[in-house]
Design a binder for this molecule. Structure first.
Ligand code: NDP
Length: 445
């Protein structure tokens, strides 16, 4: 067996029952093989064996009381994966499916993504199997306070800086920050995604969605095209989906779908700014289901389905992992879709990726296309350290420049390794080399 297969076998054995983690490691390791073959130093330094093992994994009990006075117990996690190029950085996810496998896959991806942003950030991920859906604000606050009561001792502005992810938005970051501040007696940039009047950055809420669209623009430029008039299918209806649609509208594209875990809506006239504002209020304030959009605007609703069967030019998966199967990918391609920009993390399964690469469509993998979120978190950290705030335009311009650089870096690397336009390979190798070189420089870490 070759080195890659040997390493994968060890990963499988050592992380039994963790399919998402194994899937993410397989995708990265198989695509960076040319770099491992070209550079003896990575083989001699056993970088592969080292990079697939998290530096530290924390698992803890989170007890809290619900509104009826009943005691509830959830499990909390923080996977501090790699700190070779900066303090650990990565989101917190609150969702009933959260487990070690999902957080290790996300933490592993985060290492390469953060490296691609050009900013000095290591990779981490954390969260809990707590489900904020259907909970009162007071219950969410009590849960967040209990979660932070353990997490605070493991994080810090120069150690580990968590952010949001699925189920963790501005409300949750507020409760988490408040508790951290009480425990440590310090007002510091320990979390990103903070409110604007207490250390947050303009454009951070928009950043992941805007970034995925900027990345799509860069991919289109390589074929002399723009987003003007393109029909776009978007999944999810949370933070990433909402701002993806806002930016698509600004650039003259037409977004026609939104989804949640119950189904999707299809609005063939396009989700205008007015309809989007209504949907944002529905999801962020009233915390309702996307079906209500169909009832309100007379759009079509498909219960229990994902939107990949709708005819489109471009797809922006923005909900969750493995939401595009091999079969879904085939449907998208058969219907003429020629661009996929992944706002979500690992939304396309291995069979789907294989088809996108084989058909040579414009395919932007999550760790490159959705890196705008963490990049802008990095900008929030810089502003906190300098104790100043940049304007909206300034942050947006920096985000845009970073997305252009990430695309160029991934594209140039794909050319250098003989597969022009294969951004899976380009992003993985470019992200890997920076981290691997830093690990070698720092001795046996
Ligand atoms: P939100 O919690 O704001 O929204 C998530 C959306 O996805 C909701 O509409 C949710 O529906 C839907 N969803 C979640 N799980 C599932 C599921 N198992 N099946 C179907 N639909 C599902 O999260 P974000 O928008 O922040 O995150 C979306 C994706 O983007 C995730 O993959 C995340 O890791 C990734 N990402 C987010 C970043 C950020 O800055 N927020 C940065 C980079 C990547 P429902 O309400 O029914 O649960």
């Amino acid at each position: 067996m070759g080195l890659i297969q040997d390493t994968l076998e060890t990963v499988r054995r050592r992380n039994a029952g963790e399919p998402e983690f194994f899937q993410a490691v397989t995708e990265v390791l198989e695509s960076i093989e040319p770099a491992i073959q070209r550079h003896k130093k990575y083989r001699d330094g056993r970088i592969l064996d080292r990079i697939v093992e998290p530096e530290r994994q924390l698992i803890f009990r989170v007890p809290w009381q619900d509104d009826k006075g009943q005691i509830q117990v959830n499990r909390g996690f923080r996977i501090q994966f790699n700190s070779a190029i900066g303090p650990y950085k990565g989101g917190l996810r609150f969702h009933p499916t959260v487990c070690a496998s999902i957080l290790k896959f996300l933490g592993f991806e985060q290492v390469f993504k953060n490296s691609l942003t050009t900013l000095p950030m290591g990779g981490a991920k954390g969260g809990s199997d707590f489900d904020p859906k259907g909970k009162s604000d007071a219950e969410v606050m009590r849960f967040c306070q209990s979660f932070m009561t353990e997490l605070f001792r493991h994080i810090g502005p120069d150690t580990d800086v968590p952010a949001g992810d699925i189920g963790v938005g501005g409300r949750e970051i507020g409760f988490l920050f408040g508790q951290y501040k009480r425990l440590v007696n310090e007002f510091s940039g320990v979390l990103t995604g903070k409110g604007l009047n207490w250390g947050g950055s303009l454009i951070r809420p928009e950043a992941t969605g805007y970034g995925a669209v900027y990345f799509a623009q860069e991919m289109l430029k390589t074929r002399g095209q723009t987003l003007q008039g393109k029909v776009c299918v978007v999944s999810g209806s949370g933070n990433v989906a909402q701002y993806t649609i806002e930016k698509l509208n600004q650039l003259g594209a037409k977004a026609v779908t939104l989804s949640d875990s119950n189904g999707f809506i299809y609005d063939k006239d396009g989700i205008s700014d007015e309809k989007l504002a209504w949907a944002m209020d529905l999801k962020n304030v009233r915390r309702g289901r996307i079906k209500e959009y169909a009832d309100k605007f007379g759009a079509e609703y498909y219960a229990g389905k994902r939107p990949w069967g709708i005819e489109c030019d471009c797809a922006f998966p923005s909900a969750t992992q493995n939401e595009i199967s091999g079969e879904d990918a085939k449907t998208l391609l058969d219907n003429g879709c020629f661009l996929v920009s992944e706002g979500a993390n690992m939304p396309t399964d291995p069979e789907g990726i294989e088809q996108f690469l084989a058909k040579k469509i414009l395919y932007g993998p999550g760790k490159a296309a959705n890196a705008g979120g963490v990049a802008t978190s990095g900008l929030e950290m810089s502003q906190n350290s300098m104790r100043l705030s940049w304007t909206r335009e300034e942050v947006d311009q920096r985000l845009h420049r970073i997305m252009i650089t990430i695309h160029k870096n991934a594209y140039d690397t794909s050319v250098e390794y003989g597969q022009p336009g294969n951004l899976v390979m380009g992003a993985n190798i470019a992200g890997f080399i920076k981290v691997a070189d830093a690990m070698l420089d720092q001795g046996l870490v």
